[in-house]
Design a protein around this ligand. Structure first.
Ligand code: C5P
Length: 230
């Protein structure tokens, strides 16, 4: 089985602050995007044959030059992203080769430190026949649904809740159908598959695959990297 990896990295990352788009913020001297690419490449069982990276429009040329050395022997396509995450993924999907690809991974650049085992678990589940696969971790907070007025509506049973990470893995044809149906309001790709009635399978994720979102996450990322480099 051969895998194509899509990395949406076109968001501005406003919650993180600073001038640089989030995916290009550095941890340990390298961008989150480079760490994310390295993490996917390290999952050798995935048999990665293509990277498609969506970057802020206008930065494609610059980013292609910067990222090429990190793609190894894997062909790298750098494309302009869209207004929403789903637009960036849909644009990337359009350039993923149709022939010879049995699994498409969609991985947020912001989840730069996903362990190899998680990537390989996702790919293995797609290989086993799942059309859509997400890595998950238990939620530790009690989650409440609230109204627009900020009043609590109800409290879902925590034992039935999980937090969803990336990479998410898909049968390419299913992912194409899911995106063709429209991505409005979608915060991940599995959600689009759910809308089609496709069963989404879960595999064990990892705390290390946290999404760098707020300034404090950069400190956590630095600490995690320092620990890995020991
Ligand atoms: O904003 P959020 O953290 O959910 O973004 C998740 C990922 O989607 C990030 O890697 C971000 O760069 C990417 N993204 C994108 N195009 C957008 C918005 C977000 O590629 N228009």
């Amino acid at each position: 089985m051969s895998t194509a990896a899509i990395i949406p990295a076109a968001g501005l990352g406003l919650r993180l602050g600073g001038e640089t788009p989030k995916a290009f913020r550095e941890v340990g001297g390298e961008s989150l995007l480079v760490h994310a690419m390295r993490g996917l490449l390290a999952a050798t069982a995935a048999d990665l044959v293509c990277f498609v990276v969506a970057v802020p429009a206008g930065t494609e040329e610059l980013m292609r030059k910067e990222l090429q050395p990190y793609a190894g022997n894997v062909p790298l396509l750098v494309i302009p992203g869209g207004a929403e995450r789903a637009d960036s993924v849909r644009a990337a999907l359009e350039v993923v080769p149709v022939d010879g690809i049995d699994c498409v991974l969609v991985h947020d650049a912001a989840r730069a430190f996903v362990p190899v085992e998680v990537v390989e678990r996702v790919v293995a589940a797609v290989r086993d026949g799942a059309a859509a696969v997400v890595p998950v971790v238990p939620v530790t907070d009690t989650i409440k649904r609230v109204s627009a007025a900020g009043e609590v509506v109800d409290t879902p049973d925590r034992s039935t809740l999980v937090a969803v990470q990336t990479p998410q893995g898909f049968d390419p044809a299913v992912l194409r159908r899911a995106h063709a149906a429209g991505g409005i309001g979608a915060t991940d790709d599995a959600m689009l598959c759910e809308r089609l009635g496709v069963t989404v399978v879960t595999v064990e994720g990892s705390e290390d695959a946290f999404k760098v979102t707020r300034p404090r996450d950069l400190l956590l990322a630095e600490a995690l990297l320092a620990e890995r480099r020991l």
